[in-house]
Design a protein around this ligand. Sequence first.
Ligand code: HEM
Ligand code: HEM
Length: 157
Amino acid sequence: MTTRTGYSRTQIVLHWLTAIAVLVAWFTHEGMEEVAKAAWRANEGPFPTIHTIAGALAMIMIIVRIVLRHRRGAPEPEGTEMGKLAATWGHRLIYALVIIVPLLGAATWFGGFRNLSGFHEFTAKALMLAALGHAAMAIWHQFGKKDGTLMRMLRPE
Ligand code: HEM
Ligand code: HEM
């Protein structure tokens, strides 16, 4: 992968759209259990809800970002060697979860694997925790360490 001095406009726009899609999926999960159960009872095909659309969009966008990261490159994380390692693996964890959570949601939804809904919920909570920690680190880097990390996700280079 090429190391760059900054993220492209496309990478930045996709970062914030993914963040919004994940948050929309998180805040629209209420009632999904009832909607899914009603569809299974009526033996109806699944129909899209805001929750499933937002979740699916988040997954598609994060996959595009992984491809872009490999094709175009990305900047190295800022900080000490330990900090860089933590950022790299933290980002990998978020990438993985934004794929795993919607897949488990889709397996519950389309496949009716009701026993998977617990895993969907558990991994979704792990994703939100990771994203919260990620946002806190970004803010701390920007305003505590003043190393301009947050600006990298705002200003294309
Ligand atoms: C980043 C994306 C997503 C997040 C953060 C997320 C989060 C959640 C959360 C927190 C719940 C509540 C779990 C519970 O109380 O049992 C839930 C339920 C559910 N979600 Fe998602 N979800 C996402 C994507 C999806 C997608 C893409 C689908 C389907 C295509 C989906 C289908 C469902 C279903 C069917 C339920 C109800 C499961 C049940 O409790 O029976 N989700 N989701
Ligand atoms: C659910 C929401 C979010 C997700 C899924 C997410 C995901 C990611 C991922 C995967 C990266 C790594 C980019 C790369 O490959 O180099 C990243 C970078 C970044 N994110 Fe987020 N993010 C979210 C929310 C936020 C929020 C709320 C903030 C700010 C408060 C933020 C600030 C940043 C910054 C500054 C970087 C660049 C870090 C660097 O270059 O070292 N993110 N984000």
